[in-house]
Design a protein around this ligand. Structure first.
Ligand code: MN
Length: 427
């Protein structure tokens, strides 16, 4: 049976609402208090399967040298697509209900299975380069309407190329690492001169990202048809944004300090192979793109997404956004083809983010900027009292994503972080 077969069952009980059934098998890097060395694992139900244990026992051997004891997945990812497939197939076999190898070996189970409640997750990859695109037509239209002209919301290039910018890899952090409110240069509309201040318009951006699984040569463009096999998997991504800093600094080269202070990703990388059953066509592209961006067939994915916001002393979170990845205008393959068309090379572990994912309705916007319409329409949270236009200190933001199958889901887990106040000595 194929690892994606919905009929597959594990000897490990997995709840129907779990993000991590046997059909998913996302890869991550974890450690435990008892064994603090970071190593590779796969999530299944409420457990983590320790791949370094299986590798040391000879049950998984993707390479001549050990790769799953590494503190990042880069070496494994660099082995290539055939090895990703074979490894996933071998893990799937080990977890099946009718396979006694792990199921009936109590000693091996106690070594190789760790409760997810006991693990600390780490950044799963060493990120060499981070690129952020801007590929939701609804998001770009909202921002263009707000800051420019609702009648000409999209800039002339937008329908012809996937707009993007090179972000900062050094500040990519894993879910659970809190984010400090940045200081920076701002120029409020009433001020004659810019000033140095704490960001007053701190925001999140709901995004997904794909992870590059191979190295390309400088000068070699990746075609749209070559692009998908170069992708290892996807994560959720929160592109934290300081809107007031951004508004003053972004002309003419795009965001700089407004984006570089932190970018959070979810710890489990869902493989492109696990997402395959949820492939759907993207929107019709008109005007037709130039030949190097032309694609036929289904190149988007049906991924439900949500955002929760919970203030520090709130009893319950408020779900402030529900949307879906599938409506993204430019596909990931088109993004990668465009990224490399000039001859720019990419490397294992490069992170390519979608851009803010917004839907067509007011409750499907993927940023506070759009949800509150730049502060003009503050949101009221579930307590009926608390309002938010942008993020306040102590707020916790949680992004979730999943593909809904019949009786199971291929989930991403979550990417969550809390907003910390600026350091006192910097005010
Ligand atoms: Mn972004």
């Amino acid at each position: 049976m194929h690892p994606n077969d919905p009929a597959l069952k594990s000897f490990i009980d997995v709840a129907e609402q779990s993000d991590f059934p046997i059909q998913n098998l996302p890869f991550g890097i974890f450690s435990t208090a008892a064994q603090p060395q970071a190593r590779a694992g796969v999530a299944v139900g409420d457990w983590v399967l320790d791949l370094s244990v299986l590798e040391s026992k000879g049950l998984l051997k993707p390479a001549a040298h050990d790769v799953f004891g590494d503190a990042t997945l880069n070496a494994f990812i660099g082995l290539g697509r055939q090895m990703w497939r074979e490894t996933r197939e071998a893990i799937s076999l080990l977890l099946r209900h009718d396979n006694p190898v792990l199921r009936d070996d109590a000693v091996l189970r106690s070594l190789a299975l760790v409760s997810r409640s006991e693990v600390q997750m780490h950044l799963p990859i060493k990120v060499g380069g981070y690129t952020d695109f801007y590929s939701s037509k609804e998001h770009a239209t909202n921002v263009g309407s707000m800051f420019r002209d609702p009648a000409n919301a999209l800039l002339p290039n937008w329908l012809h190329l996937p707009v993007g910018y090179n972000g900062r890899a050094s500040s990519v952090i894993v879910s659970g690492v809190d984010v400090r409110r940045p200081m920076g240069q701002v120029k409020p509309p009433s001020a004659e001169q810019p000033l140095f201040a704490a960001c007053a318009k701190l925001d999140f951006e709901l995004e997904t990202a794909f992870i590059i699984g191979g190295d390309t040569a400088l000068g070699a463009a990746v075609t749209v048809s070559e692009a998908e096999p170069l992708m290892f998997g996807m994560v959720l991504l929160n592109d934290w944004s300081a809107r007031d800093i951004q508004q003053w600094e972004y002309v003419p080269l795009g965001p700089f300090n407004a984006k570089t202070f932190a970018t959070s990703i979810s710890p489990w990388i869902v493989t492109m192979e696990a997402l395959e059953p949820f492939r759907v066509p993207g929107p019709v592209q008109a005007p037709e793109p130039l030949p190097y961006l032309r694609q036929s067939g289904a190149h988007s994915f049906d991924i439900a997404l949500s955002v929760d916001l919970q203030p520090e002393n709130a009893e319950k979170p408020t779900t402030i956004c529900r949307t879906n990845y599938r409506a993204m205008y430019w596909s990931m393959a088109q993004q990668l083809a465009h990224h490399t068309v000039s001859g720019c090379n990419v490397s294992v572990g490069d992170l390519m983010a979608s851009g803010t994912i917004s839907g067509a309705t007011p409750d499907s916007c993927g940023s506070m900027l759009e949800l509150s319409w730049n502060g003009q329409r503050p949101l009221t949270l579930v307590d009926g009292i608390t309002q938010r236009s942008f993020l306040e200190d102590g707020d916790r933001v949680t992004l979730r994503g999943w593909c809904q199958g019949a009786g199971y889901r291929i989930g991403f887990g979550e990417v969550a972080a809390r907003v910390l106040p600026v350091l006192p000595n910097r005010c």
